[in-house]
Design a protein around this ligand. Sequence first.
Ligand code: ADP
Length: 289
Amino acid sequence: MARIAVVGSINMDLVTTVGRRPEPGETVSGEGFALVPGGKGSNQAIAAQRAGGDVEFVGAVGDDVFAAALREVLSKAGVGVSRLRAVDGPSGIAAIVVDGGGENSIIVVAGANGRMTELTVADRETIAAADVLMCQLEIPVATVLAAARHARANGTVVMLNPSPVRELPAEVWAEIDVAVVNEGEGEQLAAALSGVPHVITTLGAAGASYRGPRGEMLSQPGIPVRVVDTTGAGDTFTGALAAHWHRGPRTALAWACTAGALATTKLGASASIPELAEIRRALAEAGAR
Ligand code: ADP
């Protein structure tokens, strides 16, 4: 079983649905509301745990009413939360408006995620003891860099999902062993990615491709599924990839694509992350075809 340290974000999404979004200064009646736990770090941690990994989450919640619920989402999934701290102020939140046309408007407040500025001695021990470090870009880049450097120095594979996409200093890219990007991110970051030993590009319904350190290529076709909601598919893919990376890129890609495809068959981000048994069953069915 792969030991995985996720150094990343955890949020509460506040999702409102409304026929027509309000103009500035206007109040309108909404139709629905839901609290949906998320954050790329948290989603990927849960996905890696469910795909068979042994995951420890290094991150922060605030001192508000969301903190306990966020902690519980991780612990219920079996993710280790001993490195999840509580800081003063709000937890990370995303205020989301979904209008009648299905269009989203999102305000992200980093909150506690933005305060992940230090790694403690215990955090560093967790990173050093892991097989894989997994990071995204919803916490300060300086913390990602510190985690990656510490991982590298201790023989832990450094996996980065550079999302939300942005340019990163060369010193960050120099520490990355494995990058996981979607097609848009891959295009935008092409120059930097050319120096990363292992690059996995997700291709939506078409699956994913892999480019290795000597330019070797692999492609994993998409798994045909009845798509309900693609939210969280990328995070599920990345988590499953981390959990199976030690088995080589071909096997890891098959697990990741299968988990990612299954995530599209249910509504929501974290709620749609498949369990180990579901992934195994789908892999067995694919093998039989
Ligand atoms: P993102 O959502 O981050 O842009 P993708 O759309 O590439 O990423 O999806 C990530 C992964 O989820 C894909 O590599 C694939 O495994 C799975 N996936 C996404 N959409 C579909 C789909 N329509 N059918 C099957 N699998 C899908």
